[in-house]
Design a protein around this ligand. Structure first.
Ligand code: CA
Length: 224
């Protein structure tokens, strides 16, 4: 699950990023409207958490801009302006949900889950390949109904590969999906995660395997 967090207050941004990561989400962070627009154009996110009062303007203006470009990523507005008129404004401008600061992280998480369950996002909720089922909402992998426990990075690798089963996923997009844009990355870390995951999939005999092309990327394919 990949989230764009748009928040200019460093302490809150850092706390949210840490909390989101703990819940298996990859989080990119933008501290201004301009930065947010750049990220949103360049990357694809499962949801955007959007502060309103940003140094270069009202965060809400990002929403119609995204929609005009055909970007339907669910947006949750996070703001100190919690009165009814502001909520109506936000929803009218195409935001999907509105959460007033201060909020409990558990509520944010619950609303985020609800947001991702909506019709626009629902198709991507469960992905299958071979006998492998990945439930994106609950962050669970199972094989023939039995849960398979995977560490966070391996789960993110699997998610990126399963979203494009049968197709080569470029190394660069895997790095982004697994580490985010600004995490520190060791050069061979991706390969280590992939090889562990590959071994687990083989052990589980779940009808899929991971093939790699050195230096290019990896693909997950179903085997007969
Ligand atoms: Ca702010």
């Amino acid at each position: 699950m990949r989230i764009l967090l748009v928040e200019d207050e460093p302490e809150l941004a850092s706390a949210l990023r840490t909390a989101l990561k703990r819940h298996d989400m990859v989080c990119d962070h933008a501290a201004s409207l301009l930065e947010a627009a750049d990220y949103a154009d360049a990357e694809s996110y499962d949801a955007i958490l959007l502060d309103r009062q940003l140094p270069d303007g009202d965060g809400l203006t990002l929403v119609p801009r995204l929609r005009a470009r055909g970007n339907a990523t669910p947006v949750m507005v996070l703001t100190a302006r919690g009165d009814t008129a502001d909520k109506v404004d936000g929803l009218d401008m195409g935001a999907d949900d509105y959460l007033a600061k201060p909020f409990a992280f558990e509520e944010l998480l619950a609303r985020l889950r609800a947001l991702l369950r909506r019709p626009a996002a629902i198709q991507a909720q469960v992905i299958r390949a071979g006998e492998l089922v990945l439930d994106l909402g609950h962050r669970e992998v199972s094989v023939r109904g039995e849960a398979m426990s995977l560490p966070r990075r391996e789960l993110l690798v699997l998610e990126a590969l399963m979203k494009r089963t049968g197709r080569m996923v470029q190394r660069a997009s895997l790095m982004e999906a697994v580490f985010g844009l600004d995490d520190e990355i060791q050069s061979n870390a991706l390969d280590t995660h992939v090889s562990r995951l590959r071994r687990k999939l083989a052990d589980a005999a779940c009808g899929v395997e991971i093939n790699g092309v050195r230096g290019v990327g990896y693909l997950l394919r179903e085997i007969a």
